[in-house]
Design a protein around this ligand. Structure first.
Ligand code: UDP
Length: 312
């Protein structure tokens, strides 16, 4: 039986991945320090998984916690929403550097396949649209977002180096905006904020003029892409996301309609270095993995709204 380690498995994307891995018959160990993840995200799996509460940036603690042979390591451990990584700047840079190194070392010792969850943020505020994997980005190395962007870029460099230096089967995916059930309201991203505000009758906070765009992918589609990448011979990097692009103002109005809310829209200041546009070119994912998203934004948003209503 394949034994998988999922670092960051108690988070939003991580917990959906863990469920899919368990369903595919794998034995799954989760490592998470719960800085943004939650135990209850894994509650329904009960004793089907092993949970290690550990910080992968801490070499000694991680080394003694992660015991036994692993066949594959998925590294999704990192605060991923702007609010979280701005609140945890040093931790974010440590997990993106030492955390990546420690998990790569474990993969090397186990001769395991390795997958780094990187991000569309490596493209920064892109000057090429949509973004293909060959685009090297437009990133501010010292701005507030750099704690995330540069840590992820460093993590990619480290992962690519382990492949080149040691021949490790180390893969990189770049995840674009993803949404779905179990997003935390407090994580402050546009979709959970808009849904929460619309359901509670609060003002819906649109940053700037709301004309900036994102392309939004439903979490189940993303998880399929992650597993296909791990099963493939490719090292990537490969963009995983849904090219369905929408402006934040349109998204706010759409969520207001889908929830039947009468909330007003309030315009708030734009965060520093907030990318103006973002849309993945997924030709590589289609060509190499035969993967593309299957869930429309409307279906995904309806599932997510139902989940938020359930947990309100
Ligand atoms: N945004 C917004 N209102 C909010 C939260 C975010 O208009 O309450 C905007 C944000 O400025 C950005 C876009 O929505 O332009 C997506 O932000 P999010 O935090 O979801 O993720 P990002 O893509 O920036 O990592």
């Amino acid at each position: 039986m394949t034994r998988s380690l999922v670092a960051g498995g108690a988070g939003f994307v991580g917990s959906h991945l863990v469920e899919a891995l368990v369903a595919s018959g794998r034995q799954v160990v989760v490592a998470d320090n719960l800085c943004t993840g939650r135990r209850e995200n894994l509650a329904r799996l009960g004793a089907q998984i092993e949970f290690l509460e550990v910080d992968i940036s801490d070499e000694e603690a991680f080394g003694s916690a992660a015991r036994g042979q692993f066949d594959e390591i998925f590294n999704l451990a990192c605060p991923a929403s702007p609010i979280d990584y701005l609140r945890l700047p040093i931790q974010t840079m440590m997990v993106g550097s030492m955390g990546v190194k420690n998990t790569l070392d474990l993969a090397l010792a186990n001769n395991a396949r390795y997958l780094l969850a990187s991000t569309s943020e490596v493209y920064g505020d892109p000057q090429v649209h949509p973004q293909p994997e060959t685009y090297v980005g437009h990133v501010n190395p010292i701005g507030p977002r750099s704690v995330y962007d540069e840590a992820k870029r460093f993590g990619e460099a480290m992962t690519a180096s382990y492949h080149r230096e040691f021949g490790l089967d180390a893969k990189i995916i770049r995840i674009f905006n993803t949404f779905g059930p179990r997003m935390r309201v407090e994580d402050g991203r546009a979709i959970p904020n808009f849904i929460h505000q619309a359901l509670e009758g609060l003002q819906i906070t649109v940053a700037g003029d709301g004309l900036q765009t994102r392309s939004i992918c439903y979490v189940d589609d993303l998880v399929e892409g992650i597993i296909s990448m791990m099963n493939s011979d490719s090292q990537g990097p490969i963009n995983l996301g849904n090219p369905e692009e929408i402006s934040m103002l349109d998204l706010a109005q759409w969520i207001r309609d889908l929830t039947g809310s009468e909330s007003d829209i309030a315009f708030i200041p734009r965060p520093v270095d907030d990318p103006q546009v973002r849309k993945p070119d997924i030709s590589e994912a289609k060509r190499v993995l035969g993967w593309e998203p299957r869930t429309s934004a409307e279906t995904g948003l309806k599932h997510t709204i139902d989940d938020f209503k359930l947990h309100a």
